[in-house]
Write a protein that binds this ligand. Structure first.
Ligand code: NAI
Ligand code: MG
Length: 336
């Protein structure tokens, strides 16, 4: 069968890492016989400049039909303009679970070897929903809404994953000591779900302490279960533990569809210079391939990717190498 995948190259380094990732998937597919049809749509600042729309209507229709998308980062301007395309897509398709595995790559030396944790970030509510108004020119209000439904389903995702993948511990990360009602409800829901999984250790850490714990003793964490904004911040922190934003993949998962994208943004500081590391998007694509039951294709790419890191000769600058995006992608293809 041919998999139809909606492809959103995005802004900044998006088109570069997307091109690299697609070239690697296509090369692997040649050896496994897997087949992909890429339905490509522009979205974001570049799309707006060309078409006057940040998210073209056809893009929504395409995701609705294909149920799977691979997405590069998009630039979200600060202040006015439009609300985040990421937030819009996650809400529109009810992609409530943002899954982000954080694991060292073989051969890549970092301050923290042996990290292997996953983050489950609630993806539709919290302050991240951007429900804001100016009360008057001097007072801004932002609404933090936490629901039983939203909290329970992300907690269930985390515990179901832990159970299926043999993980031992789930930490709910919160600030319920201060936000007693909102984070309190989140925590209450986590605790209720935890009770259904007696074989998995359940613990609660306050988010500021968690930041300290993560840089002192990250090995204590296995599955991190948290709200939207804390998850956003902790994801970048955790990516720093294993070598940076160029590495960590993600999946936005809902009931009916899934959008796979890296944790990082559009990196305007290095865009268009063949400097970006495509590993994070490539690893997001591996999650996508497994989601599509294309494990053979995913395995070939993963082995080649690990071989390139283990050899350490063709790495991008963010992880201490001197190679460009394209040369790195070619090295992965050559290693297959
Ligand atoms: P960023 O994640 O784009 O970059 C932070 C730092 O990490 C920069 O120094 C960048 O060069 C580096 N970096 C990121 N990805 C890299 C890669 N693949 N290879 C090598 N280096 C990499 O965060 P920043 O600069 O705060 O945000 C830029 C824009 O991206 C903003 O408009 C933001 O709203 C947007 N953004 C979009 C996301 C998405 O579409 N999913 C996620 C995060 C931010
Ligand atoms: Mg983020």
């Amino acid at each position: 069968t041919t998999h139809k995948v909606t492809l959103i190259p995005g802004d900044g380094i998006g088109p570069e890492v997307t091109a690299a990732t697609v070239s690697i998937i296509e090369a692997a597919a040649k050896t496994t016989g897997a087949s992909f049809e890429w339905h490509r749509y522009d979205a974001g600042a570049d799309a707006f400049a060309k078409t006057g729309e940040y998210i073209p209507k056809e893009l929504y229709a395409s995701i609705e039909e294909n149920k799977v998308a691979l997405k590069g980062p998009v630039t979200t301007p600060i202040g006015g303009g439009f609300s985040s395309i990421n937030v819009t897509l996650r809400k529109k398709f009810d992609l409530y679970s943002n899954f982000r595995p954080v694991k060292n790559l073989p051969g890549l030396e970092t301050k923290f070897p042996g990290i292997d944790m996953v983050i489950f970030r609630e993806n539709t509510e919290d302050l991240y929903a951007g429900l804001e108004v100016m009360i008057n020119p001097d007072i801004a209000q932002s609404l933090k809404i936490i629901t039983r439904k939203g909290s329970t389903r992300i907690a269930r995702s985390a515990f179901e994953f832990a159970k299926k993948s043999g993980r031992k511990k789930v930490h709910a990360i919160h600030k319920a000591n201060i936000m007693k009602l909102s984070d309190g409800l989140f925590l209450k829901c986590c605790k209720e779900v935890a009770a259904e999984y007696p074989e998995i250790t359940y613990a609660e850490h306050i988010v500021d302490n968690t930041c300290m714990q993560l840089v002192m003793n990250p090995w204590q964490y296995d599955v991190i279960l948290t709200e939207n904004l804390y998850g956003d911040i902790l994801s970048d922190l955790c990516s720093g533990l294993i070598g940076g934003l160029g590495l960590v993949p993600g999946a936005n998962l809902g009931v009916n569809c899934a959008i796979f994208e890296a944790v990082h943004g559009s990196a305007p500081d290095i865009a268009g210079q063949d400097k970006a590391n495509p590993t994070a998007l490539l690893q997001s694509a591996l999650l996508m391939l497994r989601h599509l039951d294309e494990d053979a294709t995913a395995d070939i790419i993963q082995k080649a990717l690990e071989a390139v890191y283990a050899e350490g000769k063709t790495l991008t600058r963010d992880v201490g190498g001197t190679s460009g995006t394209k040369a790195f992608a070619d090295a992965v293809i050559a290693a297959m």
